[in-house]
Design a protein around this ligand. Structure first.
Ligand SMILES: *Cc1c(COP(=O)(O)O)cnc(C)c1O
Length: 422
Protein backbone atom coordinates (compact mmCIF):
# COMPACT_ATOMS: atom_id res chain seq x y z
CA UNK A 1 0.00 0.00 0.00
CA UNK A 2 1.17 3.55 -0.77
CA UNK A 3 0.69 5.72 2.30
CA UNK A 4 0.20 9.47 2.62
CA UNK A 5 0.66 11.59 5.70
CA UNK A 6 -2.73 13.25 5.42
CA UNK A 7 -5.86 13.25 7.52
CA UNK A 8 -8.25 12.61 4.65
CA UNK A 9 -6.11 9.68 3.49
CA UNK A 10 -6.33 8.12 6.97
CA UNK A 11 -10.07 8.76 7.13
CA UNK A 12 -10.57 7.08 3.76
CA UNK A 13 -8.80 3.97 5.05
CA UNK A 14 -11.02 3.97 8.12
CA UNK A 15 -14.09 4.35 5.98
CA UNK A 16 -13.08 1.37 3.84
CA UNK A 17 -12.09 -0.76 6.86
CA UNK A 18 -14.34 -3.85 7.04
CA UNK A 19 -13.56 -4.18 10.76
CA UNK A 20 -14.34 -0.57 11.69
CA UNK A 21 -17.45 -1.47 13.69
CA UNK A 22 -15.47 -3.56 16.16
CA UNK A 23 -14.11 -0.41 17.83
CA UNK A 24 -17.61 0.25 19.19
CA UNK A 25 -17.48 -2.99 21.15
CA UNK A 26 -14.78 -1.58 23.44
CA UNK A 27 -14.53 1.17 26.02
CA UNK A 28 -11.82 3.62 25.00
CA UNK A 29 -10.26 5.35 28.04
CA UNK A 30 -10.57 9.14 28.09
CA UNK A 31 -7.97 11.84 28.54
CA UNK A 32 -8.91 15.51 28.87
CA UNK A 33 -12.42 14.74 27.66
CA UNK A 34 -11.32 12.87 24.53
CA UNK A 35 -10.70 9.20 23.81
CA UNK A 36 -7.00 8.36 24.11
CA UNK A 37 -5.05 6.82 21.26
CA UNK A 38 -4.56 3.47 22.95
CA UNK A 39 -1.50 1.71 21.53
CA UNK A 40 -0.94 -0.53 24.53
CA UNK A 41 -2.98 -3.63 23.64
CA UNK A 42 0.30 -5.56 23.83
CA UNK A 43 0.24 -5.00 27.58
CA UNK A 44 -3.44 -4.85 28.53
CA UNK A 45 -6.19 -4.99 25.93
CA UNK A 46 -9.22 -2.73 26.37
CA UNK A 47 -12.44 -3.70 28.09
CA UNK A 48 -15.11 -5.18 25.83
CA UNK A 49 -18.43 -3.47 26.57
CA UNK A 50 -20.08 -6.86 27.00
CA UNK A 51 -17.80 -7.76 29.94
CA UNK A 52 -20.07 -6.29 32.61
CA UNK A 53 -23.13 -8.01 31.21
CA UNK A 54 -21.59 -11.48 31.10
CA UNK A 55 -20.16 -11.00 34.58
CA UNK A 56 -23.57 -9.98 35.83
CA UNK A 57 -25.06 -13.08 34.27
CA UNK A 58 -22.79 -15.34 36.31
CA UNK A 59 -23.23 -13.22 39.45
CA UNK A 60 -26.97 -13.67 39.02
CA UNK A 61 -26.58 -17.41 38.64
CA UNK A 62 -24.54 -17.53 41.81
CA UNK A 63 -27.10 -15.33 43.57
CA UNK A 64 -30.08 -17.40 42.44
CA UNK A 65 -28.73 -20.93 42.30
CA UNK A 66 -25.78 -21.09 44.67
CA UNK A 67 -23.96 -24.39 44.22
CA UNK A 68 -26.50 -25.59 41.70
CA UNK A 69 -24.86 -23.21 39.23
CA UNK A 70 -22.26 -25.91 38.66
CA UNK A 71 -24.81 -28.33 37.32
CA UNK A 72 -27.82 -26.40 36.19
CA UNK A 73 -28.15 -24.89 32.81
CA UNK A 74 -30.01 -21.63 33.28
CA UNK A 75 -32.27 -19.97 30.80
CA UNK A 76 -30.35 -18.05 28.22
CA UNK A 77 -27.06 -19.64 29.28
CA UNK A 78 -25.22 -22.00 26.98
CA UNK A 79 -23.44 -23.91 29.67
CA UNK A 80 -23.48 -24.98 33.29
CA UNK A 81 -20.32 -23.95 35.16
CA UNK A 82 -19.13 -27.54 35.13
CA UNK A 83 -18.54 -27.48 31.41
CA UNK A 84 -18.01 -23.74 31.11
CA UNK A 85 -14.41 -24.10 29.91
CA UNK A 86 -15.65 -26.13 26.95
CA UNK A 87 -17.63 -23.20 25.66
CA UNK A 88 -14.34 -21.31 25.14
CA UNK A 89 -12.84 -23.99 22.93
CA UNK A 90 -14.39 -23.12 19.62
CA UNK A 91 -13.00 -19.59 19.65
CA UNK A 92 -9.64 -20.66 21.08
CA UNK A 93 -9.19 -23.45 18.55
CA UNK A 94 -9.91 -21.03 15.73
CA UNK A 95 -7.51 -18.39 17.05
CA UNK A 96 -4.54 -20.73 17.53
CA UNK A 97 -5.27 -23.09 14.63
CA UNK A 98 -6.02 -26.21 16.66
CA UNK A 99 -8.59 -28.94 17.18
CA UNK A 100 -10.92 -28.17 20.08
CA UNK A 101 -9.66 -31.17 22.04
CA UNK A 102 -6.14 -29.68 21.89
CA UNK A 103 -6.95 -26.45 23.74
CA UNK A 104 -8.22 -25.58 27.20
CA UNK A 105 -8.49 -22.26 29.06
CA UNK A 106 -6.92 -22.46 32.51
CA UNK A 107 -4.71 -20.81 35.14
CA UNK A 108 -2.16 -18.15 34.25
CA UNK A 109 0.62 -18.31 31.68
CA UNK A 110 3.65 -18.95 33.90
CA UNK A 111 1.74 -21.47 36.00
CA UNK A 112 0.86 -23.32 32.82
CA UNK A 113 4.47 -23.22 31.70
CA UNK A 114 5.51 -25.05 34.86
CA UNK A 115 2.76 -27.63 34.35
CA UNK A 116 3.76 -28.17 30.73
CA UNK A 117 7.45 -28.40 31.59
CA UNK A 118 6.54 -31.15 34.06
CA UNK A 119 5.10 -33.07 31.12
CA UNK A 120 7.35 -32.20 28.21
CA UNK A 121 10.76 -31.77 29.83
CA UNK A 122 11.95 -35.32 30.39
CA UNK A 123 15.70 -35.01 30.93
CA UNK A 124 17.92 -38.08 30.80
CA UNK A 125 21.65 -38.30 31.50
CA UNK A 126 22.42 -37.91 27.84
CA UNK A 127 19.61 -35.58 26.78
CA UNK A 128 18.85 -32.87 29.27
CA UNK A 129 19.41 -29.55 27.55
CA UNK A 130 16.81 -26.86 26.81
CA UNK A 131 17.21 -24.49 23.90
CA UNK A 132 15.67 -21.04 24.28
CA UNK A 133 16.05 -17.41 23.22
CA UNK A 134 18.46 -15.18 25.15
CA UNK A 135 16.69 -12.29 26.87
CA UNK A 136 13.24 -13.85 26.53
CA UNK A 137 10.51 -12.57 28.85
CA UNK A 138 11.74 -12.66 32.49
CA UNK A 139 8.90 -14.83 33.78
CA UNK A 140 9.81 -17.52 31.25
CA UNK A 141 13.47 -17.28 32.23
CA UNK A 142 12.63 -17.64 35.93
CA UNK A 143 10.34 -20.57 35.22
CA UNK A 144 13.04 -22.39 33.22
CA UNK A 145 15.76 -21.62 35.75
CA UNK A 146 13.81 -22.80 38.79
CA UNK A 147 12.25 -25.75 37.01
CA UNK A 148 15.69 -26.99 35.98
CA UNK A 149 16.96 -26.61 39.56
CA UNK A 150 13.88 -28.43 40.80
CA UNK A 151 15.01 -31.42 38.73
CA UNK A 152 18.41 -31.30 40.44
CA UNK A 153 20.14 -29.85 37.36
CA UNK A 154 22.12 -26.70 36.82
CA UNK A 155 20.64 -23.97 34.59
CA UNK A 156 24.06 -22.95 33.27
CA UNK A 157 24.73 -26.51 32.12
CA UNK A 158 21.26 -27.12 30.74
CA UNK A 159 20.27 -23.91 28.96
CA UNK A 160 21.34 -23.11 25.42
CA UNK A 161 20.42 -19.51 24.64
CA UNK A 162 20.25 -18.21 21.10
CA UNK A 163 21.31 -14.58 21.05
CA UNK A 164 20.27 -11.86 18.62
CA UNK A 165 22.83 -10.99 15.97
CA UNK A 166 24.89 -7.90 16.71
CA UNK A 167 24.28 -6.27 13.33
CA UNK A 168 20.48 -6.15 13.45
CA UNK A 169 19.51 -7.14 17.00
CA UNK A 170 17.25 -9.89 15.62
CA UNK A 171 17.04 -13.61 16.15
CA UNK A 172 17.72 -15.47 12.91
CA UNK A 173 15.80 -18.64 12.12
CA UNK A 174 18.92 -20.26 10.71
CA UNK A 175 20.78 -19.60 13.98
CA UNK A 176 18.06 -21.49 15.85
CA UNK A 177 17.97 -24.29 13.27
CA UNK A 178 21.75 -24.67 13.29
CA UNK A 179 21.78 -24.82 17.09
CA UNK A 180 19.08 -27.51 17.07
CA UNK A 181 21.13 -29.57 14.61
CA UNK A 182 24.36 -29.00 16.52
CA UNK A 183 22.91 -29.99 19.90
CA UNK A 184 20.41 -32.60 18.70
CA UNK A 185 22.08 -35.37 20.70
CA UNK A 186 21.74 -33.56 24.01
CA UNK A 187 18.53 -31.56 23.48
CA UNK A 188 15.50 -32.53 25.56
CA UNK A 189 13.32 -29.52 24.77
CA UNK A 190 12.93 -26.26 22.87
CA UNK A 191 10.97 -23.49 24.59
CA UNK A 192 10.69 -20.00 23.14
CA UNK A 193 8.36 -17.09 22.50
CA UNK A 194 6.50 -17.04 19.23
CA UNK A 195 6.82 -13.28 19.10
CA UNK A 196 9.44 -11.25 20.96
CA UNK A 197 7.85 -8.97 23.55
CA UNK A 198 10.63 -6.40 23.30
CA UNK A 199 11.47 -6.11 19.60
CA UNK A 200 8.12 -7.24 18.20
CA UNK A 201 9.87 -9.77 15.95
CA UNK A 202 7.70 -12.76 15.08
CA UNK A 203 9.66 -15.97 14.75
CA UNK A 204 9.14 -18.44 11.93
CA UNK A 205 7.39 -20.89 14.20
CA UNK A 206 6.55 -23.30 11.40
CA UNK A 207 10.12 -23.59 10.05
CA UNK A 208 11.62 -23.92 13.54
CA UNK A 209 9.03 -26.56 14.42
CA UNK A 210 9.91 -28.52 11.25
CA UNK A 211 13.54 -28.59 12.30
CA UNK A 212 12.63 -29.62 15.86
CA UNK A 213 10.48 -32.44 14.51
CA UNK A 214 13.24 -33.54 12.16
CA UNK A 215 15.52 -34.06 15.17
CA UNK A 216 12.67 -35.39 17.37
CA UNK A 217 13.00 -32.64 19.96
CA UNK A 218 9.74 -31.52 21.59
CA UNK A 219 9.00 -27.84 21.01
CA UNK A 220 6.73 -25.46 22.89
CA UNK A 221 5.86 -21.80 22.33
CA UNK A 222 4.95 -18.93 24.60
CA UNK A 223 2.27 -17.17 22.59
CA UNK A 224 1.67 -14.23 24.96
CA UNK A 225 2.38 -11.68 22.21
CA UNK A 226 1.41 -13.85 19.26
CA UNK A 227 -2.13 -14.90 20.12
CA UNK A 228 -4.75 -12.66 18.56
CA UNK A 229 -1.93 -10.82 16.80
CA UNK A 230 -0.65 -13.14 14.08
CA UNK A 231 -2.20 -16.21 12.41
CA UNK A 232 -1.21 -19.49 14.07
CA UNK A 233 -1.56 -23.08 12.88
CA UNK A 234 -0.33 -25.01 15.86
CA UNK A 235 -1.94 -28.30 14.88
CA UNK A 236 -0.79 -28.25 11.27
CA UNK A 237 2.74 -27.15 12.16
CA UNK A 238 2.98 -30.03 14.63
CA UNK A 239 3.92 -27.86 17.62
CA UNK A 240 4.00 -30.07 20.71
CA UNK A 241 2.58 -27.64 23.24
CA UNK A 242 1.95 -23.95 23.88
CA UNK A 243 0.53 -21.53 26.38
CA UNK A 244 -0.51 -17.86 26.25
CA UNK A 245 -2.23 -15.14 28.21
CA UNK A 246 -5.50 -13.52 27.21
CA UNK A 247 -5.11 -10.05 28.71
CA UNK A 248 -2.98 -8.69 25.87
CA UNK A 249 -4.42 -8.93 22.34
CA UNK A 250 -7.41 -11.03 23.45
CA UNK A 251 -8.76 -8.32 25.80
CA UNK A 252 -9.72 -10.73 28.59
CA UNK A 253 -9.01 -8.24 31.43
CA UNK A 254 -6.21 -7.79 33.97
CA UNK A 255 -4.78 -11.19 34.91
CA UNK A 256 -7.32 -12.93 32.65
CA UNK A 257 -7.38 -16.68 32.16
CA UNK A 258 -4.53 -18.28 30.23
CA UNK A 259 -4.85 -21.36 28.10
CA UNK A 260 -2.86 -24.29 26.81
CA UNK A 261 -2.42 -26.27 23.61
CA UNK A 262 -1.30 -29.89 23.64
CA UNK A 263 -1.02 -31.52 20.23
CA UNK A 264 -3.26 -34.50 19.58
CA UNK A 265 -0.24 -36.74 18.97
CA UNK A 266 0.40 -36.64 22.74
CA UNK A 267 -3.12 -37.35 23.93
CA UNK A 268 -2.77 -41.09 24.29
CA UNK A 269 0.74 -41.05 25.65
CA UNK A 270 0.00 -40.75 29.37
CA UNK A 271 2.60 -38.05 29.74
CA UNK A 272 3.68 -37.38 33.32
CA UNK A 273 1.96 -34.41 34.85
CA UNK A 274 1.25 -32.48 38.01
CA UNK A 275 -2.40 -33.27 38.41
CA UNK A 276 -5.46 -32.05 40.24
CA UNK A 277 -9.04 -33.20 40.35
CA UNK A 278 -10.21 -30.90 37.58
CA UNK A 279 -8.02 -32.75 35.09
CA UNK A 280 -9.50 -36.07 36.13
CA UNK A 281 -11.78 -37.93 33.71
CA UNK A 282 -14.86 -35.78 33.70
CA UNK A 283 -17.35 -38.63 33.72
CA UNK A 284 -15.85 -40.05 36.91
CA UNK A 285 -14.55 -36.93 38.68
CA UNK A 286 -17.12 -37.06 41.43
CA UNK A 287 -16.47 -40.70 42.30
CA UNK A 288 -13.54 -39.25 44.24
CA UNK A 289 -11.50 -42.45 43.93
CA UNK A 290 -7.71 -42.63 44.37
CA UNK A 291 -5.40 -42.90 41.34
CA UNK A 292 -5.33 -40.13 38.76
CA UNK A 293 -6.97 -40.81 35.40
CA UNK A 294 -6.50 -37.87 33.01
CA UNK A 295 -9.39 -36.41 31.06
CA UNK A 296 -9.06 -36.45 27.26
CA UNK A 297 -6.75 -33.99 25.54
CA UNK A 298 -5.75 -30.61 26.89
CA UNK A 299 -8.53 -30.79 29.52
CA UNK A 300 -6.48 -33.44 31.28
CA UNK A 301 -3.93 -30.78 32.28
CA UNK A 302 -6.47 -28.80 34.29
CA UNK A 303 -5.67 -28.74 37.97
CA UNK A 304 -8.13 -26.66 39.93
CA UNK A 305 -11.71 -25.49 39.86
CA UNK A 306 -11.91 -22.80 37.19
CA UNK A 307 -12.69 -19.20 38.07
CA UNK A 308 -16.07 -18.85 36.37
CA UNK A 309 -16.24 -15.05 36.68
CA UNK A 310 -12.89 -14.75 34.90
CA UNK A 311 -13.91 -17.38 32.33
CA UNK A 312 -17.10 -15.46 31.57
CA UNK A 313 -15.18 -12.36 30.49
CA UNK A 314 -12.57 -14.50 28.75
CA UNK A 315 -15.21 -16.30 26.72
CA UNK A 316 -16.92 -13.08 25.68
CA UNK A 317 -13.61 -11.43 24.77
CA UNK A 318 -12.21 -14.26 22.63
CA UNK A 319 -15.53 -14.53 20.84
CA UNK A 320 -14.94 -11.00 19.52
CA UNK A 321 -11.52 -11.92 18.09
CA UNK A 322 -12.93 -15.12 16.63
CA UNK A 323 -15.83 -13.24 15.07
CA UNK A 324 -13.54 -10.67 13.43
CA UNK A 325 -11.37 -13.56 12.23
CA UNK A 326 -7.62 -13.65 12.46
CA UNK A 327 -7.15 -13.37 8.70
CA UNK A 328 -9.09 -10.11 8.47
CA UNK A 329 -7.46 -8.82 11.64
CA UNK A 330 -4.02 -9.57 10.30
CA UNK A 331 -4.74 -7.86 7.00
CA UNK A 332 -5.79 -4.66 8.73
CA UNK A 333 -2.96 -5.00 11.22
CA UNK A 334 -0.32 -5.07 8.49
CA UNK A 335 -1.72 -1.85 7.06
CA UNK A 336 -2.08 -0.09 10.43
CA UNK A 337 1.47 -0.98 11.43
CA UNK A 338 2.76 -0.16 7.96
CA UNK A 339 1.09 3.24 8.22
CA UNK A 340 2.65 3.85 11.65
CA UNK A 341 6.05 2.89 10.25
CA UNK A 342 5.51 5.31 7.36
CA UNK A 343 4.48 8.10 9.77
CA UNK A 344 7.57 7.49 11.93
CA UNK A 345 10.13 7.29 9.14
CA UNK A 346 10.75 11.07 8.68
CA UNK A 347 11.76 11.41 12.34
CA UNK A 348 15.44 10.61 12.27
CA UNK A 349 15.83 10.62 16.07
CA UNK A 350 13.60 7.55 16.17
CA UNK A 351 15.05 4.19 15.20
CA UNK A 352 12.68 1.27 14.72
CA UNK A 353 13.97 -1.95 16.30
CA UNK A 354 11.21 -4.10 14.85
CA UNK A 355 11.91 -5.77 11.49
CA UNK A 356 10.63 -3.77 8.50
CA UNK A 357 9.51 -6.99 6.80
CA UNK A 358 5.78 -7.39 7.65
CA UNK A 359 6.23 -11.17 7.69
CA UNK A 360 8.68 -10.82 10.54
CA UNK A 361 6.55 -8.71 12.84
CA UNK A 362 3.12 -8.50 14.46
CA UNK A 363 1.35 -5.23 15.12
CA UNK A 364 3.89 -3.75 17.55
CA UNK A 365 6.70 -1.37 16.64
CA UNK A 366 9.49 -0.87 19.17
CA UNK A 367 11.12 2.53 18.90
CA UNK A 368 14.63 3.14 20.07
CA UNK A 369 14.88 6.80 21.07
CA UNK A 370 18.40 7.32 22.43
CA UNK A 371 18.04 11.07 22.87
CA UNK A 372 15.19 12.41 25.05
CA UNK A 373 13.31 9.12 24.81
CA UNK A 374 11.62 9.48 28.18
CA UNK A 375 10.70 13.11 27.40
CA UNK A 376 9.12 11.99 24.15
CA UNK A 377 7.24 9.21 25.90
CA UNK A 378 5.94 11.64 28.53
CA UNK A 379 4.89 14.10 25.84
CA UNK A 380 2.98 11.39 23.96
CA UNK A 381 1.21 10.41 27.17
CA UNK A 382 0.31 14.04 27.94
CA UNK A 383 -1.14 14.30 24.47
CA UNK A 384 -3.29 11.22 25.05
CA UNK A 385 -1.16 8.71 23.12
CA UNK A 386 -0.73 5.65 25.27
CA UNK A 387 2.19 3.34 24.56
CA UNK A 388 4.63 1.82 27.00
CA UNK A 389 8.13 2.61 28.11
CA UNK A 390 10.97 0.13 28.53
CA UNK A 391 14.11 1.37 30.22
CA UNK A 392 16.44 2.81 29.14
CA UNK A 393 15.33 4.04 25.72
CA UNK A 394 12.49 2.04 24.17
CA UNK A 395 8.90 3.05 23.42
CA UNK A 396 6.58 0.27 22.30
CA UNK A 397 3.52 1.20 20.24
CA UNK A 398 1.06 -1.50 19.27
CA UNK A 399 -1.82 -0.50 16.98
CA UNK A 400 -4.41 -3.23 17.33
CA UNK A 401 -6.82 -3.87 14.50
CA UNK A 402 -9.88 -4.48 16.72
CA UNK A 403 -10.05 -0.95 18.06
CA UNK A 404 -7.39 1.32 16.56
CA UNK A 405 -7.98 3.52 13.53
CA UNK A 406 -5.82 4.95 10.78
CA UNK A 407 -6.80 8.42 11.92
CA UNK A 408 -5.27 7.69 15.32
CA UNK A 409 -2.00 6.77 13.63
CA UNK A 410 -2.13 10.06 11.74
CA UNK A 411 -2.58 11.81 15.12
CA UNK A 412 0.64 10.19 16.36
CA UNK A 413 2.44 11.85 13.47
CA UNK A 414 0.97 15.26 14.33
CA UNK A 415 2.04 14.94 17.97
CA UNK A 416 5.56 13.90 16.94
CA UNK A 417 5.83 16.93 14.67
CA UNK A 418 4.94 19.20 17.58
CA UNK A 419 7.44 17.50 19.87
CA UNK A 420 10.34 17.79 17.45
CA UNK A 421 9.39 21.34 16.38
CA UNK A 422 9.58 22.60 19.96
C1 LIG B 1 3.03 -11.12 29.21
C2 LIG B 1 3.97 -12.28 29.19
C3 LIG B 1 4.01 -13.20 30.25
C4 LIG B 1 3.17 -13.00 31.50
O1 LIG B 1 3.06 -14.13 32.27
P1 LIG B 1 1.92 -14.25 33.38
O2 LIG B 1 2.14 -15.57 33.97
O3 LIG B 1 0.61 -14.07 32.68
O4 LIG B 1 2.11 -13.12 34.35
C5 LIG B 1 4.85 -14.29 30.14
N1 LIG B 1 5.63 -14.46 29.04
C6 LIG B 1 5.62 -13.58 28.00
C7 LIG B 1 6.47 -13.81 26.80
C8 LIG B 1 4.80 -12.45 28.07
O5 LIG B 1 4.80 -11.57 27.07
Amino acid sequence: MIYEHALDFAQQLDHADPLRQFRDRFYIPQHAGKPVVYLCGNSLGLQPKCAREVLNQELNTWQNLGVEGWFEQREGAEQSWLSYHKSCKESLAQIVGAEQVEVCPMNALTVNLHLLLASFYQPTDKKNRILTIAGDFPSDQYALETHIKHRGLSPSEVLIEIAPRANDGLIHTTDIQNAIAEHADSLALIWMSGLNYYTGQVYTMDAITQTARHYCVPIGFDLAHAIGNVPLRLHEWGVDFATWCSYKYLNGGPGAVSGIFVHQKHHDQHLPRLAGWWGYREDRRFEMTPGFLPDTGADGWQVSTPNILALAVHRAAIAITAEAGIVALRQKSEHLTGFLEYILTPFDKIQILTPDDPNQRGCQLSLLVRKNGKALFNYLTQQGIIGDWREPDCIRLAPTPLYNTFEEIWQVGEVLKRFYAS
